[in-house]
Design a protein around this ligand. Sequence first.
Ligand SMILES: [Zn+2]
Length: 238
Amino acid sequence: MRALGAAQLLGIWEQGLELSSPRRALVLLAAACPETDWGELAALPVGRRDDLLLQLREHLFGAELTLVAACPACSEQLESTLRLADLRVDAPGLPGAHMLSIGARDIVFHAPTAGDLIDLPQDPAQASMALLARCVDDLPATAGIALWSADDMETIGAAMAAADPQARTDIGLVCAACNHRWESVFDIASFLWCEIEAWAQRTLHEIHALARAYAWREQDILALSPTRRQLYLELSQP
Ligand SMILES: [Zn+2]
C-alpha cells in the first residue's frame, strides 16, 4: 500500500464527490494499491476491502479514531476513542466458493465482494435481496431468489456473514449518562470518506488563506507538510 499525498487525496475527494460509497472505497484503494487492478480490487471480499481501508486510514489519519454517537435511550452525545487494531478480526474473508445445505438443496455462494456492493437498489430490503442473488453462484436464472423462503434467505445471509467476519463490525457502546448499552455498526468505508471530506474542506480553506497571503500556487501549498502549512498560516494572520 502506498501513502497518498495531499494533492492526490484532494484529487480523489473531488473525483468521489458524485460517487456512491462502494465506488469511493474502490477509488481510494485503486490509488493506494496501484499494483492491483480495478477488477482484482472489486473481487475482494468486503472484509478484505475493509481491512485495506483500515490500513489506509492508519496511513492517513493515525491508529486511533473517535466515534461520536447519540445515546438511543437519553440522546446524550457520546465520544469514544477506539484503536483501529480493535476493529480488525483475525480471519479476513477468503475469496471463492462456499457451500451450504438447506434441507435437500446445496447452495454454492461467495462472500459479498467490493464489486457486489456497487449499484444495489436504494431500498434496504431490495438491496439485501439483490446482494443475495449476486452472491449465490448457482442461482437458476428463471426462478431467481423466488426459490427461497424468508427463513432460507436469513440462513444464507448468516452463512455469508460467517464466511467473512471482517465485513461487519459491531461496536459495543455504553452511555456515560444513563448506562444504556447498545451495539452500533461501524462502516469504515463511509467513516473514512467523512474524514477525507472534512480534511478536504480544511485543506481548501488553508490553500485559500495561504494563496491570498503569499500568492503561492495550489500545488506548492499542497507540497508543504501540514506542520509548515500551519506555521505559515499562523504567520500570515495580522
Ligand atoms: Zn443515555
